[in-house]
Ligand binder design. Structure first.
Ligand code: PLP
Length: 385
């Protein structure tokens, strides 16, 4: 069967396709419909931190599916209660409560609603180049015109300031409900935040009584070498949005809520699938796997080695290599698309971030040998003889 042409016939058309059908995964590798094996640096777009088809994850999923799948939040549940407790035990300082949902954009959407209702203010300040999702609230916080313009008018009272620019911080005022930031801008091109800038934003939020909302949808669950990227800094967030790898690739999202935010009234927000026992059981196992298999440390150590090896590639095509842990971008002086294609031919799947950045988001189970193979492939594609 030709899966590529079958999808081409029936799909909505909103996705740019690579002309490749992936039908199986194991650890940090993927297999296509012709049996060709690739080293996976797409990582399910950052959802596969524990790797593909992890046996412990698969067992947790099957076990819980046979016990109880859905349990509306009007009832409590053992898996949900335990996951809440286990997640709070490892959450960033000052985090006290959690709301569960099903995706990244939903976590952002809910956090925006929470910030508005808790502050009694409406303005949300986001950063230029930021990406926060595609539903209307999250899209209003997202910067890229390509995603926004076809759907205007968006939600009112969203503004964008320049990421890492201290001069713009004074735009955060007593009108501001919340400031929302990524700690490494992912889709925008893999730009890490300046720690002094983050501190200054936190101080300004405190001065004017605005909440600081951190979007860890892509950076969370070990990606940057800490369980949460905010743990690289001495900063206390008021909201942290999570999704992608939270349940090892099963759809789930969460909003972590800080001590400055009062408990909400029943009925003010909700989700049918949010906090279902299947997602919670699998998220519990995912957290255990991350910790017990040293995957967070692996991301820190191998991430540094990977970045150094990429930086050492002698190529006039490379403008800059940047990132944190196993979230790495190679900014080229040219469009990235043809190089992604050449890497695919060499058995390496990677992502773009914007037009010119080659992005690597491998599962954190990737080995040193696999990284060396990726670096060799990037070298052969980018080095001009
Ligand atoms: C992927 C992503 C989102 C959106 O998550 P979805 O699950 O695709 O809705 C939001 N913020 C960041 C930083 C992301 O990387």
């Amino acid at each position: 069967m030709n899966w590529v042409s079958m999808e081409e016939q029936y799909s909505s058309g909103v996705y740019a396709k690579r002309g490749l059908a992936i039908i199986r995964g194991s650890g940090a590798t993927l297999t296509d419909s012709n049996g060709k094996v690739y080293i996976d640096c797409v990582g399910g777009q950052g959802t596969a931190n524990i790797g593909h088809a992890h046996p412990r994850w698969t067992k947790a999923l099957a076990d819980q599916a046979a016990i109880l799948l859905n349990c509306p939040e009007m009832f409590s549940n053992d898996q949900r209660a335990l996951y809440m407790q286990e997640l709070m035990a490892v959450a960033p300082p000052g985090i006290e409560r959690v709301f569960f949902c099903n995706s990244g954009t939903e976590a952002i959407e809910g956090a925006i609603k929470f910030a508005r209702v808790a502050s009694g203010r409406t303005e949300i300040i986001a950063a230029k180049r930021g990406f926060h999702g595609r539903t209307f609230g999250a899209l209003s916080a997202t910067w890229n015109k390509k995603y926004r313009e076809p759907f205007e008018p968006l939600v009112p009272d969203f503004h964008h300031i320049t990421f890492n620019d201290f001069n713009d911080i004074e735009q955060i005022s007593t009108k501001t409900a919340a400031v929302i930031l990524e700690l490494v801008q992912g889709e925008g091109g893999v730009y890490p935040i300046d720690p002094a800038y983050l501190t200054a934003v936190r101080e300004q939020c405190d001065r004017v009584g605005a909440y600081l909302m951190i979007d860890e949808v892509q950076t969370g669950f070990g990606r940057t070498g800490k369980l949460f990227a905010i743990q690289h800094y001495a900063i206390q967030p008021d909201f942290v949005c999570l999704a992608k790898s939270i349940a090892g690739g099963l759809p789930m999202g969460a909003i972590l809520i800080g001590e400055k935010v009062a408990k909400f009234q029943p009925g003010i927000h909700g989700s049918t699938f949010g906090g279902n026992p299947l997602a919670c059981a699998v998220a519990r196992e995912t957290l255990k796997i991350l910790e017990q298999e040293n995957l967070i440390k692996n991301a820190a150590i191998l991430g540094d080695e990977f970045q150094q090896a990429l930086s050492a590639i002698p190529s006039p095509l490379i403008r800059e290599v940047r990132g944190q842990g196993l979230m790495i971008g190679v900014e080229l002086k040219q469009k990235v698309a043809p190089y992604l294609k050449q890497l695919t031919d060499l058995g390496v799947l990677a992502l773009p971030a914007g037009m010119t950045v080659l992005r690597f988001l491998p599962p954190l189970v990737i080995t040193r040998e696999q990284i060396q193979q990726v670096v060799a492939a990037v070298h052969s594609v980018l080095a001009v003889a």
